[in-house]
Design a protein around this ligand. Structure first.
Ligand SMILES: [Zn+2]
Length: 488
């Protein structure tokens, strides 16, 4: 497939709609509900005009009778040394009746949990428009607030290239301390102020770069799941669109570490396209495979222990190296040992004690173990139901591997990209610190957390995911990171 579209076409949303419509033979895509996407250093000048335009399109007036709520957290965000939020407020209040809703739960980083979601929805009650200013969390809170309070217009001002969730219709929220991705609404407009993004702390943009790299690991898991009958959403056009995100990455990734304006703009643009792919695909599967399981497991542990949660993208970047190494290990075992596919179908119930035991130390009440067992049993049921399809896929292993490998990069290449951008490559780079024991546990058990399939399931079912098998994967990760640090 060769789509007539470039990453620089990102703001041509009608063109993206056309390309998607022409390449959706099964009619599976969700309509791209965003009306405007602008990425540049002058987007704030356009804010009042875009707000007025969207208010009129929503059947509201665009004068002082329009009620606009600027939603943000208390963090001071600088743009060229000046505080950004008062500047946004002034621009809006010059034309509309504008109030500020500053959400503060006392945490250094706001938690998108029920009390804050309820507070945000209450603050938005009766508004014609929400303008959210900040990172991924405040954006998601505002999406939910707009839904709950029935606010017709939501405009996002993106201030860091930290995640890809600005430009999609999902919201990541906390339920009982555990992150969950829920369907939500599209923002009507996303304005990415690249000057603010370039001024954002390196750790945020480096985290966004880690998130970006799941495009080299997750599509492999998505492909395998669809080949094996665990998923049916695989859509080549989305992979083709995603491939645009990586254009020239070797050249610009080093600029992330230096806070270079052009590199940060490039990252923000690539993340915006990722968000669109996730939103229209109606699933996060194209970009969320085993590397995301690694991150979700760490978040779950933090939730249980009441400790701070690490940056999502930083964890995902580290997870991408692990996922790539896990696939390399699976391929090596296929060559060394060969695979009798009959081994891939052990009895479903035989896994129950293993899954429950895996989580018993983290949660002695057994609640998490029961939840994970329920999810894993569902996955195994589907796996067994697709036995003939799975056997057929493995009967042509060379072709399966080649098709998989065309979708991503190996562990060395991913680690090299992360290292160039100043992003975390190893678990020991993560903040808060992940120790070796936690790392081994997370990697060994992440496949039990979700119904979605990944290479970790193949390793598990092939019997190669014991202590020694996990250690072999982690040795590959170590070798890839060491080579990246040597510049090899
Ligand atoms: Zn992610």
């Amino acid at each position: 497939m060769s789509l007539d579209i470039q990453l620089s076409d990102i703001s041509r949303l009608d063109r993206i709609r056309e390309v998607l419509a022409a390449n959706d033979p099964r009619g599976q895509f969700t309509a791209l509900g965003m009306q405007d996407l602008q990425i540049g250093d002058d987007v704030l000048d356009a804010l009042a005009g875009i707000t007025g335009h969207l208010l009129v399109a929503a059947g509201r007036s665009d004068d002082r009778t329009a009620r606009v709520v600027m939603m943000a957290d208390p963090v001071v965000i600088l743009r060229g040394g000046q505080p950004l939020k008062p500047a946004v407020m002034a621009r809006l209040d010059a034309r509309f009746t504008t109030t500020a809703a500053i959400l503060d739960d006392g945490h250094p980083v706001l938690h998108a949990d029920e009390p804050i979601l309820a507070e945000a929805a209450a603050a938005a009650q009766g508004a014609d428009c929400i303008v959210s200013v900040g990172g991924g969390t405040i954006t998601d809170i505002a999406k939910v607030a707009a839904e709950r309070a029935d606010v017709p217009v939501h405009i996002v001002i993106q201030t860091a290239a930290s995640v890809d969730g600005y430009t999609d219709n999902f919201a990541v929220v906390l339920q009982n301390g555990v992150k969950k991705t829920l369907p939500s609404r599209w923002p009507d407009a996303v304005l990415t102020d690249t000057r603010t993004v370039a001024d954002a702390p390196l750790v945020l943009n480096a985290s966004g770069f880690g998130e970006l790299l799941s495009m080299y690991s997750a599509p492999g898991d998505w492909f395998l799941s669809c080949e094996m009958g665990l998923d049916d959403t695989f859509a080549p056009v989305l992979i083709e669109l995603l491939s645009r995100c990586g254009d020239g990455i070797a050249a610009w990734s080093g600029g992330i570490a230096r806070g270079d304006h052009a590199a940060c703009s490039r990252l923000a643009t690539a993340l915006a396209l990722r968000g669109i792919v996730t939103g229209v695909g109606g699933t996060t599967a194209s970009l969320s495979g085993m590397e995301h399981l690694f991150s979700h497991m760490l978040d779950m542990v933090a939730g249980e222990k009441g400790t701070a949660t690490g940056l999502h993208g930083a964890q995902v970047g580290v997870g991408s190296v692990i996922r790539a190494a896990a696939w390399e290990e699976f391929c090596a075992r296929m060559e060394e040992d060969g695979l009798d596919t009959a081994r891939l179908f052990p009895g479903v119930e035989s896994f129950e004690p293993r899954v429950r035991a895996a989580f018993s130390e983290l949660d002695p009440s057994g609640r998490i173990g029961a939840e994970c067992w329920s999810r894993y049993r569902t996955k195994l049921g589907l796996w067994h139901a697709n036995r003939s399809r799975i056997e057929a896929a493995f009967a042509n292993w060379v072709a399966l591997r080649a098709r998989h490998d065309a979708l991503g990069l190996g562990s060395h290449a991913i680690a090299a990209c992360l290292h160039r951008a100043g992003a975390a490559t190893r678990f020991s780079d993560l903040e808060p610190l992940v120790d070796a024991e936690l790392m081994r546990w997370v990697v060994a058990n992440c496949q039990f957390m979700r119904e979605r399939g990944s290479v970790a399931d193949l390793l598990t079912l092939a019997g190669w995911w014991d202590e020694a098998g996990v250690a072999r994967v982690l040795a590959r990760v170590d070798a890839a990171c060491a080579a990246a640090e040597r510049g090899a």
